[in-house]
Write a protein that binds this ligand. Structure first.
Ligand SMILES: [Zn+2]
Ligand SMILES: [Zn+2]
Length: 184
């Protein structure tokens, strides 16, 4: 969906505001495909300002796909919005200063909306912030209860720690902190 700013023909102080239906291809996030629905569409607002146009997009998207921790079906709602300036005269503007989705005053609405969504994505898609994920040993969904091996595995790690000669407790941590503050 393309919108030509020249056709919108706004005068100074005027505003264009419209909602456009939007279909987006699945978004690949962390190597996994997430289906995206934008049931209410994308809200586009255009303001005529000195030297150009301010183009804003805002959308409420639902992403469907596996939880990054337990792999069960998760739905995440993402609110995204972005504003770009489109200069009427190219003079003095580098290609990199302006959005790649606005060329010669033509706005690629879906492209801009998709970019806004990607920038607003959470670090991980999870079914719930409290999701306990899968046991690394037996693969059991730990949201359904504790598995037999989790306690054993932790015991084993502790006993291995006891066997190691770590020298002074906390010495390694102290060293790391020193390096960080030295660089800063
Ligand atoms: Zn989960
Ligand atoms: Zn287990």
């Amino acid at each position: 969906m393309f919108l030509n700013l020249a056709d919108v023909a706004l005068r100074g102080g005027e505003r264009y505001r419209r909602t456009h239906a939007l279909e987006l291809e699945p978004i690949v996030w962390g190597g996994v495909d997430y289906r995206v629905l934008v049931p209410a569409g994308v809200r586009v607002t255009i303001d005529r300002v000195t030297g150009g146009y301010l183009v804003s997009v805002a959308l409420e998207a639902k992403m469907y796909g596996p939880c990054a921790r337990c792999l069960s079906e998760a739905v995440v709602e993402v609110h995204a919005q972005q504003q770009e300036f489109a200069p009427t005269a190219k003079d003095g503007w580098e290609e990199t200063d302006t959005s790649e989705f606005i060329k010669d005053l033509v706005v690629d609405v879906a492209g801009l909306a998709r970019e806004a969504l990607v920038l607003a994505l959470p670090a991980q898609v999870v079914c719930s912030e409290a999701c306990r994920g899968l046991c690394a040993q037996c693969g059991m969904d730990l949201n359904r209860g504790a598995c037999g091996c989790s306690a054993e595995e932790i015991d084993e790690r502790w006993s291995r720690l006891k066997d190691l000669d770590l020298g002074e407790p906390g010495a390694a941590t102290g060293e790391n902190e020193g390096t960080v503050s030295g660089e800063a």
